[in-house]
Design a protein around this ligand. Structure first.
Ligand SMILES: NCc1[nH]cc(CCC(=O)O)c1CC(=O)O
Ligand SMILES: [Mg+2]
Length: 336
């Protein structure tokens, strides 16, 4: 028998010994998924007591505010720490200047107020970007065909303020404009919202996996054949993600996010290892839709692939996951 490595070679070292029983597998398990890791994205729509299915996101509905309040209660019962609210703004309220984004009574602000009234001690995260309010589907203001940075950032500051006024706990800018984290932090502090947290979509890629989300908030039609490549990152890049994250931390982000998830696990790992900051990952709509579609065809086991995909994020170093599977995963974790 020769021992070449520090741990010795076969047959002295048999990795399968630790795997032979359930208790032993539990004993050597390195990562754990718990309900504390889950952030549940919820789509709100105008009206009363209505659920509208989103065909490209099976099992996810757009809900009216009264039902969003019920979902919030469900999140609380399941032990999910945070929900994320996204508005399906009516088409007639979408404009090139995106004024509805800064209306203190817009759908998102009304939803936050209604949920906060219950005092559930549940975190509420609000996305900050202009695409749910723009007639062109872009995340910022457009001038001469270009999404302009600094004018957009001014709007994003105002959008953050109306959301903070409504009671939002975590402001989550998803727009990828330069300098917006610093500007939003300054605006929040100036208006007395020092306690409001910022989770930056710091490394967000120009991905084709956002399709079903754009259906859900009704922006896909408006965006048409357009894309977001002048502000969202090139999927070919990884060092650039570290520069983006470094800037956002320096500008005051309390938490950083990588998006999408499964195709970008390498980015999650590098970001966590490099900065050691609270790091989140968004398992986006297209990832959810893929697993559902395959399961619907009987090709994959949905429960198992769901849990495996969520565990992959933990293994890569994520501290939490935004996922449409949140309520389902929470239920399964509760049952054990
Ligand atoms: N800026 C808005 C936003 N916030 C979250 C997502 C995508 C989430 C998902 O696909 O689940 C998007 C879409 C986009 O950037 O086009
Ligand atoms: Mg940036």
């Amino acid at each position: 028998m020769t021992a070449t490595g520090p741990l010795g070679d076969y047959p002295h070292y048999r990795p399968r010994r630790n795997r032979q029983t359930e208790w032993s597998r539990r004993l050597v398990r390195e990562n754990h998924l718990t309900v504390d890791d889950l952030i549940w994205p919820i789509f709100v729509q105008p009206g009363k007591t209505t659920r509208t299915p989103i065909p490209s996101l099976p099992g996810v509905d757009r809900v009216t505010i009264d039902l969003a309040v019920e979902e919030a209660q469900r999140a609380k019962e399941l032990g999910i720490p945070v929900i994320a609210l996204f508005p399906a703004t009516p088409h007639e309220l979408k404009t090139p200047q995106c004024q509805e984004a800064i209306n203190p009574d817009n759908l998102v602000c009304q939803s936050v107020r209604a949920i906060k009234e219950l005092k559930l001690n549940l975190g509420i995260l609000c996305d900050v970007a202009l695409d749910p309010y723009s007639s062109h589907g872009q995340d910022g203001l457009v001038k001469n065909g270009y999404v302009v940075n600094d004018e957009t950032v001014e709007m994003l500051c105002q959008q953050s303020i109306v959301q903070a006024m409504a009671g939002c706990d975590i402001i989550a800018p998803s727009d990828m404009m330069d300098g917006r984290i610093g500007a939003i932090r300054k605006a929040l502090d100036h208006d007395g919202y020092q306690h409001v947290q910022i989770m930056s979509y710091a490394a967000k890629y120009a991905s084709a996996f956002y399709g079903p989300f754009r259906d859900a908030v009704g922006s896909s039609g408006n965006l048409g054949s357009g894309d977001k490549k002048t502000y969202q990152m090139d999927p070919a890049n990884t060092d650039e993600a570290l520069r983006e994250v470094a800037l956002d931390i320096k500008e005051g982000a309390d938490m950083v996010m990588v998006k999408p998830g499964m195709p970008y696990l390498d980015i999650v790992q590098r970001v966590k290892e490099t900065f050691g900051q609270p790091t989140y990952v968004y398992q986006v709509s297209g990832e959810y839709a893929m697993l559902h579609a395959a399961a619907g065809n009987g090709w994959l086991d949905l429960d198992k692939t769901m849990l495996e995909s969520l565990m992959a994020f933990k293994r890569a170093g994520a501290d939490g996951i935004l996922t449409y599977f949140a309520p389902k995963a929470a239920e399964m974790l509760k049952k054990g």
